[in-house]
Design a protein around this ligand. Structure first.
Ligand code: PLP
Length: 426
């Protein structure tokens, strides 16, 4: 701990500090680093945990439990045994779950495109034809969600994330407008804040009255089984709760094995009410004769049930845990007590959310870039890439090894301090 927070230092003390920090930054630049803390990709060691998958289902293994020949066309909803495995983790009855391609993001895109072109069950017209269409975006959030909305010309309304999920007073206020049609949610170990929505938040999302009769919750449960702490954080079953509250079609659940098996060669899932499932399958039927069932079969063999998924995820957690601990140690050592940074201590997921002094995030990213440390662009966690306070930076520690991560973080904390001192002197 420091004796004084940086903002409390005198002008002359800050000026001395600036000279020392600039020297240090100059030396850092001279090290010729090439480090990357941008994308939340599994490390090679994590991917190797699923190596047996590459030998599956094997030359003779093409028959699913119900006798389906997985080499052939058909089976639009996906293999029943794989849907049974992921029914529990995704909190969707297997018969209401679809196992489809290799990317849940693609399914989210598909759902929004179909809503824009045709409307969803309960719509009286395609979404834009009913007037302005807006989507609620908890911030900081996942940049690719925002990019889909931007591409489709949907308005985005930021809603602050709190420690229990999106600010529900604000959400309930906004959904009283009928042109507010949807909300993005990453309900467990959220990207990037690692927040798991509280029971009250989930209940309110399930129960709230919305002016739009065809309002949808895009429940992107990408990190459903991705705890790194000893105890998993519980999440209520929103699909069941919405049905109980008379809104059976409200929720679209998404998930995938991208960060369970192979990112890029996994299996994605969509879960919802029977009406929504038929709606999506109806659209799928026009663009494909069926998904890659051979990949689904190998996943079903590798992960035959939910306990197998949990055991596999424990091996991922063992690789990720030291990385999260390292972030906290390095940040605390240099930035703890400075009054110019705060950060999350995730119990799961893939990211740490770092808030620096207001007005400094872009400068931190620039200073780090000059020293060969790639950070996610400042603002990426906000709609249109614009963080109104220019303070949030998403850190993704999964890919680099521990030594690279330590080097990147030690450079980062220097840049955070340097940007803050520059700002305080400005
Ligand atoms: N959703 C969230 C919240 C993510 O963080 C990511 C990847 O970083 C994805 C979806 C992408 O998932 P998929 O690989 O299934 O498309």
């Amino acid at each position: 701990m420091r004796e004084l927070e940086l903002p409390a230092l005198t002008h002359s003390a800050l000026s001395d500090r600036l000279i020392a920090l600039r020297d240090e930054h100059q030396r850092l630049k001279g090290q010729g680093l090439r480090l990357d803390l941008t994308r939340g990709k599994p490390s090679p060691e994590q991917l190797t945990l699923s190596q047996p998958l590459l030998g599956m289902p094997g030359a003779d293994g093409h028959t699913a439990q119900d006798g389906t020949d997985c080499r052939n066309y058909g089976g639009l909803q996906g293999l029943p045994e794989l849907r049974a495995t992921f029914s529990g983790p995704l909190q969707v009855p297997a018969e209401q779950l679809v196992a489809f391609g290799n990317s849940s993001l693609e399914l989210m895109y598909e759902c929004l495109v179909d809503a824009v072109l045709f409307g969803v069950p309960g719509s009286s017209a395609p979404w834009p034809r009913e007037g302005r269409t807006a989507v609620l975006c908890p911030v900081p959030g996942y940049d690719r969600h925002f990019a889909i909305c931007e591409k489709l010309g949907l308005d985005m309304i930021p809603v602050p994330m709190t420690e229990t999920g999106p600010d529900m007073d604000e959400v309930e206020r906004l959904v009283a407008d009928e042109w507010v049609k949807a909300i993005w949610c990453v309900p467990k170990y959220s990207n990037p804040t690692a927040v798991t929505f509280s029971a009250e938040t989930v209940r309110r999302l399930a129960a709230m009255e919305t002016a739009a009769p065809d309002f949808r919750v895009f429940w992107d449960n990408a990190y459903a089984v991705h705890g790194v702490a000893d105890a998993d954080e519980p999440l209520l079953d929103i699909l069941g709760l919405s049905t109980e509250h008379g809104h059976p079609d409200r929720v679209f659940v998404f998930g995938s094995t991208s960060k369970i098996t192979a990112a890029g060669s996994g299996v994605a899932f969509f879960g919802s009410s029977p009406a929504n499932v038929s709606w999506l399958l109806g659209h799928f039927a026009k663009r494909t004769i069926g998904p890659d069932k051979v990949n689904q079969l190998r996943h079903a063999r590798f992960l035959p049930d939910a306990p197998a998924v949990a055991a596999h995820m424990e091996r991922h957690a063992a690789l990720l845990r030291p990385k999260f601990e390292l972030i906290d140690t390095v940040l605390e050592k240099r930035l703890g007590g400075t009054g110019v940074a705060s950060w999350t201590r995730p119990r799961g997921g893939y990211f740490v959310s770092l808030d620096v002094l207001d007005g400094c995030a872009a400068r931190v990213v620039e200073l780090a870039g000059e020293a060969g440390i790639a950070l996610t662009p400042a603002g990426a966690t906000f709609p249109h890439g614009k963080d109104p306070r220019d303070r949030n930076i998403r850190l993704a520690p999964s890919y680099p090894d521990l030594d690279e991560l330590r080097d990147a973080l030690e450079g980062l904390v220097l840049c955070v301090e340097l940007a803050a001192v520059e700002r305080l002197l400005a």
